[in-house]
Structures are given as C-alpha cells and as structure tokens.
Design a protein around this ligand. Structure first.
Ligand code: ADP
Length: 549
C-alpha cells in the first residue's frame, strides 16, 4: 500500500541547506570568534570571523570578475591557513567548486587530477611553487595561477603568476550571495589513490551542512563556542574532516597549523592558543606524543584528540588517555563520506568500566553517526548479522555519502539498491560498534581464510619498543599468503623478532601468528599519512618466509 497519497505537506519552511547559511550564521552569531594560522614563513597571524567574512566577500567579487561562476572548478594546493579558508567559502557561496589537491601526490597525478577536473584557476602556497612549475605546462584548462601571498612575496617562478592580496585589494567587502540549490556541488576532493587511481568525490552543499551538524553534536565532537580546534588533518584531504565548516557553524576558535606539522610547532600552537581539540591521523599523534614523552611534557589545554584515517593502535590510545589524560576519539571515515562515518564514543555505563575495557572499546572504529547507515555483506552480497563476529564487506548509505564518482568512474562501488561499497572489511556488534579488520586489498588470505592485518599490527605495536608496525601478506607456497610484520624499533632498543612473535601467544588463534618479523628504519607513508602497504608489498614481493620450506 502506498502511503504517499495520504500524506499532506508539512507547514515548515524549507530553507536550502547551503554553505552560505553556515557562513551567514557564523558571521552573525560569532563575529568576534578567532581564527589563527601559521603562514608559510612560519609566522603566526590571527583575525576574527568578521574579518574572515569581509575578505571572503572581497574574494567572491574578485573571483566573479575573473569569470569564475557556478559549477566552475578552482584548484588549491595549500596548507591549512586563512586564505585557503576564504577560498573554501567564497567559491562555495558563489556556486563554484573548491577543488583541493593533495600536494604530496606525484606531479603526474596532480596534472592528471587538474585535467580530469578541468580546473579553471589555481591558488597555491609558496611551498608548492616548484610543484606548480612542474605541472603548469601540462594543465591547459588553467587560466590563471595565484600565489597565496601579497605582491612582495611572490616566488621566482617559471610559471606566470599573480598574487592573492592584489586580486582582492579594494574589492567591496559585501557580496550579495546567490540563492543556491542545496544539492549543488561545492567542493571536489580526490581519494589519495592508496588502493588505485585517484577518484573525484564531488561534495554537495546539503551533504556538507548535514555532515557539519552531524559531527558537531553533543554525542560526537561536541563543538561549542568555548572550544578551540586545531585540525592537523589537512584542508586538502577530505575538507579537513569537515572541521572548517563545523567550527564556523558553532563559533569554535579555529587554529590552522599551516606548514608546521612537526611536533615542536604543533605543541607551540596548541599551548599558546589554548587548543582544546585536535584531529589527525594516528601517525601524526605517534610522532607528537613520542616527542612530548621524550621531553617529559604535556599539552597544556588539549582535552580531546580525534584520530582516524587508519586504525588507532591500542598502545597509542593508552599513551594518550592514561599518560596524557586526554580523551581519544577514534573515528572511521573515507573521502567518499565527507568524510566521517562513525566515532567511538562510549555508551551509558561504559564510562564506568575499568579503564582498560574502555580503551578496548576505543580501538573499535565506533558507531555510525546519525545520517549514515551501515551493513555488512558476504562475497555473494548476502547480509551478515551484526553479532560482532561475522565479518564482511562494509557498505554504507546516508546524507553525506557519495552517490557516484566524478566522471562516472568506479561504478562498481555503488550497488543497485543504493549503497556504497567501502572496500573495507568489518564486523558490527549488537551495540552498533564497527570493528574494521582490513581493507579488502590488504587482507591476508591464508589457505583461503582471512587474517586481519589490523589485529596483528595492534599486537605488534603493544610492545613498548615498537614505534610503528604494518602487517602485509607475504607469498607462501603452501598457504598462498602468510602474515609478515614490518616494524620500526624505538631508537636504541634491541627488541628482537622473537620478542615480537612471543606477544601473539594466547592473544589470537595460533594459525594467525605472523610467520616473520622484519625491521626497517621507517615505514613508507601515503600522501595522507597512512602506512603504504602497496609499497611494502612491492618491496617484499620476493621475500622468502622462514616457514616456506
Ligand atoms: P585513501 O582511500 O586514499 O586511503 P581515504 O582517506 O578516503 O583515502 O581512506 C579511507 C580509508 O581509510 C577507509 O576505507 C579505511 O580503509 C581507512 N580508515 C579510515 N579510518 C580508519 C580507522 N579508524 N581504522 C582503520 N582504517 C581506517
């Protein structure tokens, strides 16, 4: 029976959910709130939301005069800083699209992405001037190159460039924003290609607003006008996890680290700006907290450390929660999810559990936010139970989940019944907690059975002298693949292969025990700071396991 014929329209306004509405609210409700940033020359500057608003409107005039209009893609190669933020808002609010590009990608990939998106203009921080010179000859759609500086700081370059400050100078600081369709595109971000060619995800106004509301809620990041947020996660990666929108929406102080991603400048900024929440990938926190421990120091004001992008190891969660008295918020997400899908917040009563049990819960990837639905399926597409045991392909759908990729590529990821296949393997328990065991491409298949690389990495990293560890599949004549641990020792430690293998005893099924452990001075990382298992697999492609006799 169709109920549609019986419904009548509600008598509530339908204001479009646009980034313009976030901008307007932020400027009206929190004009005095602060934005602080580190410039490319490492100096620190600040201004208010109201100042940001005026400059954003000047930029909107300048962009319009350049001919940038609705639907146009404008590229950025930039750090987390004020001008990047102004581009985020000015472009979205005039109906154009801010295409953030990851400068850690190879120049060939950058040229590919610019051409694929047919970007019309490019704005860049001076750090990336050599990169611009390397790609500018290959980007015929770009009509203008702009350095994110004033006229006196434009670097010497082969590419003819103009500067940002001259562009906006003298423009009116009020812009009559157009009324936009909430489903219009406003930002474009390519996946970093950890498991294949980069694919473009085209965010919409509506998805972005709902995502910002979704993550800021009390159950999740609890963003308020009394918080100061420092996203270490770059604005060129999945819109810095939506924080540039959520902070303006809530009046939270936004502290942008620019190129200062090393522990010392991060600590300086966090302490001086009284930052209360930080967000980044586990690798960044491994470095920061190791640095703090060596100096026997603590961050003065940080209450919560959000981490995601790859699995947060228990040893790191423990160090931050127990050693630094800072709450860890572990989350899961993807570029395709705007990007946050779930966060590991404790439920009623779980905060009274012994601390070690609480930390175990936080090693899981968390519970789906309102706005995201999750299911797991087997190879045949059959639904699997949410019993915490059955593991299958994770599929999602929701208000801020991609419905297709830019250019129509990657159609296989979208199911006929409207779900997105994440490429992750996971179990979901009856309380709704997601536990990722692998990415499909990283899973170790031993004799046809799956072994979770994430679980094995976590155990290796529980050794106090192991800084970082990755588990990859190594070839084995009898079992096809067996787990190999590649680990990085803490400086000066003499931890051995046997010490690490001994850790597995009694913690996992015996046949999951890794066949070998090798040490490296460091692990290769992808453009988004994840361990690059693709590189490790290539490097150890011919590795002979001691068990392969
Ligand atoms: P890329 O696909 O290039 O790595 P993304 O940042 O979009 O770029 O990566 C999303 C993937 O990162 C997820 O599909 C998942 O495999 C991994 N990931 C994200 N968060 C977590 C987490 N908390 N634990 C384990 N893996 C994670």
């Amino acid at each position: 029976m169709s109920v549609e014929t019986k419904t009548i329209p509600g008598q509530i306004m339908t204001m479009p959910l646009t980034v313009t509405s976030i901008f307007r609210h932020g400027m009206r409700a929190h004009p005095e709130a602060q934005i602080v940033w580190r410039n490319s020359d490492m100096t620190i500057d600040r201004y208010s939301f109201a100042d940001m608003g005026r400059r954003t409107q000047q930029l909107a005039h300048a962009l319009t005069e350049l001919g940038v209009g609705p639907g146009d893609r404008v590229a950025t190669l930039a750090w987390n800083n004020n001008r990047h933020l102004e581009l985020y808002y000015a472009l979205a609010c005039i109906g154009a699209i801010c295409h953030t590009i990851n400068p850690r990608l190879h120049p060939d990939q950058i040229a590919f992405i610019v051409n694929d998106a047919e970007d019309t203009h490019m704005f860049f921080d001076t750090t990336f001037a050599p990169l611009i010179d390397a790609v500018s000859g290959r980007c015929p759609t770009i009509k203008g190159w702009y350095s994110l500086t004033g006229p006196d700081q434009v670097p010497q370059m082969a590419t003819p460039v103009s500067d940002y400050e001259s562009l906006i100078l003298g423009k009116p600081d009020v812009y009559d924003w157009p009324e936009l369709d909430e489903n219009a595109a406003m930002a474009l971000c390519y996946t970093s290609g950890t498991t294949g060619n980069p694919k473009g995800v085209l965010y919409s106004h509506r998805g972005t607003v709902l995502h910002a509301m979704g993550v800021s809620g009390g159950e999740w990041l609890a963003l308020t006008a009394r918080e100061a947020v420092l996203p270490v996660v770059p604005m060129f990666h999945a819109c810095a996890w939506g924080l540039p929108y959520a902070c303006i929406m809530n009046g939270s102080k936004l502290v942008l680290p620019g190129p200062g991603m090393e522990p010392a400048p991060l600590q300086e900024l966090m302490d001086n700006e009284e930052v209360t929440m930080i967000s980044g990938v586990p690798t960044v926190w491994l470095g920061l907290y190791e640095y703090l421990d060596q100096r026997v120091e603590r961050l003065k004001t940080v209450k919560r450390a959000m981490m995601g992008g790859s699995a947060a190891p228990l040893s790191l969660i423990e160090k931050i929660e127990k050693g630094h008295k800072t709450e860890v918020v572990h989350g899961w997400g993807m570029t395709e999810l705007s990007p946050v899908g779930s966060l590991a917040m404790l439920k009623w009563g779980e905060d009274k559990l012994p601390i070690d049990e609480q930390l175990q819960i936080k090693t899981k990837q968390g519970r789906a936010l309102y706005g995201v639905e999750m299911r797991i399926v087997n190879d045949d597409g059959d639904l699997l139970p949410h019993d915490g045991i059955a593991a299958g392909m994770l599929q999602v759908r929701g208000h801020w989940v991609a419905s297709s990729y830019w250019g129509g590529v990657g159609v296989d990821a979208f199911t006929e019944d409207g779900w997105f296949s994440t490429g992750d393997v996971a179990a979901i328990d009856p309380k709704g907690f997601l536990r990722l065991t692998d990415r499909t491409k990283d899973v170790v298949k031993s004799g046809g059975e799956w072994i979770s690389s994430i679980d094995l990495e976590n155990i290796a990293m529980s050794h106090p002298d192991v800084l970082e560890a990755a588990c990859i599949a190594a070839k084995h004549r009898k079992w096809d693949e067996r787990p190999l641990i590649v680990a990085v020792k803490r400086e000066g430690s003499d931890v051995s292969r046997e010490d690490i293998l001994a850790l597995y005893d009694g913690q996992i099924a015996k046949w999951w025990t890794p066949d070998d452990v090798v040490f490296q001075a460091e692990l290769p990382h992808t453009a988004t700071g994840k361990v690059s298992k693709l590189h490790l697999r290539e490097h150890y492609a011919d590795y002979k396991l001691p068990t392969d006799t």
